[in-house]
Design a binder for this molecule. Structure first.
Ligand SMILES: NC(=O)c1ccc[n+]([C@@H]2O[C@H](COP(=O)([O-])OP(=O)(O)OC[C@H]3O[C@@H](n4cnc5c(N)ncnc54)[C@H](OP(=O)(O)O)[C@@H]3O)[C@@H](O)[C@H]2O)c1
Length: 245
């Protein structure tokens, strides 16, 4: 039986990617769940989505490695039309300027910036065939500058800008938008929300008074993937409880 919509989510095993996968999982949806690490988390995410009625394929690739990125694209090329792509996989590196190394710069930029661009390039024909919606994960840190985390800030600011450029390139067939989360409780910043003083600092600096949950972001990603946003492209939406105001 052929599925109605095929959606690729990178970094789908944990955090925002996992919440997005579960949010989208329903009968008539085929999810291609990407992950980097061992198969256990991939299988767990797949099982959760299958319980909700989605068809699921799990694909492993380390997006910091050029050859793995190429292999990932080649594997997806056999999928036929794609209706959604969520460029979610990402890494954070929080060092100050003196501690920033070329190796970390390259790794963060490769995963957070290069991989989304070359995934869109490699899948362009399939995205056009499916009249797809692409959602890139930006960040409040690509919007509001702060000291430190230079490769991360650069990667996310660039994603916000390239979301506009790629929206122009891919129109009218494909929409490209970005979601820029504020502080969300995932493994990525566990060191922050498990630290009482920092946790409270973020809460008091956030008009809505709390840290975000992965589901807060998944709902907005689902909106950008849906027909409800059919006349929206090239936009980056801060989903941060007002922290970036
Ligand atoms: N959490 C926040 O507060 C926050 C704020 C702003 C923006 N964001 C953005 O939201 C996205 C998701 O973040 P998250 O908080 O959900 O992070 P997370 O819980 O740390 O999950 C990161 C995901 O990225 C994947 N990944 C990491 N390195 C990879 C690599 N080399 N190749 C392929 N995949 C790799 C991980 O796969 P494995 O599980 O296999 O390692 C994992 O699925 C990221 O782009 C992040 O920058 C998050």
């Amino acid at each position: 039986m052929s599925a109605q919509r095929t959606i690729v989510i990178t970094g789908a095993t944990r955090g925002i990617g996992r919440a997005t996968a579960e949010r989208l999982a329903e009968p008539g949806v085929r999810l291609i769940l990407h992950h980097r690490a061992g198969p256990e988390l991939g299988q767990a995410a797949a099982a959760a989505c299958e319980r909700r009625g989605a068809a699921v394929r799990v694909v492993q690739a380390d997006l910091s490695q050029a050859l793995e990125l190429q292999r990932f694209v080649a594997e997806l090329a056999r999928e036929g039309p794609l209706h959604g792509l969520v460029n979610n996989a990402g890494v954070y590196e929080g060092k100050d300027l003196a501690g920033t190394t070329e190796a970390e710069w390259a790794r963060v930029l490769d995963i957070n910036l290069k991989a989304p661009v070359f995934l869109i390039q490699g899948l362009a024909a399939q995205l056009q065939a499916g009249a797809a919606s692409v959602v890139n994960l930006g960040s409040i840190m690509g919007h509001r500058p702060s000291a430190g985390a230079y490769p991360y800030q650069a990667s996310k600011a660039a994603i916000h800008h390239l979301t506009k450029s790629l929206a122009l390139e891919m129109a009218p067939g494909v929409r490209v938008n970005a979601v820029a989360p504020g502080f969300i409780m995932t493994d990525m910043n566990r060191g922050g929300w498990e630290h009482d003083a920092f946790k409270q600092e973020v809460e008091s600096d956030t008009p809505l008074g709390r840290w975000g949950q992965p589901g807060d972001i998944a709902g907005v990603i689902a909106f950008f993937l849906s027909d409800a946003s059919r006349f929206v492209t090239g936009q980056t939406l801060l989903v941060d409880g007002g922290k970036g105001l």
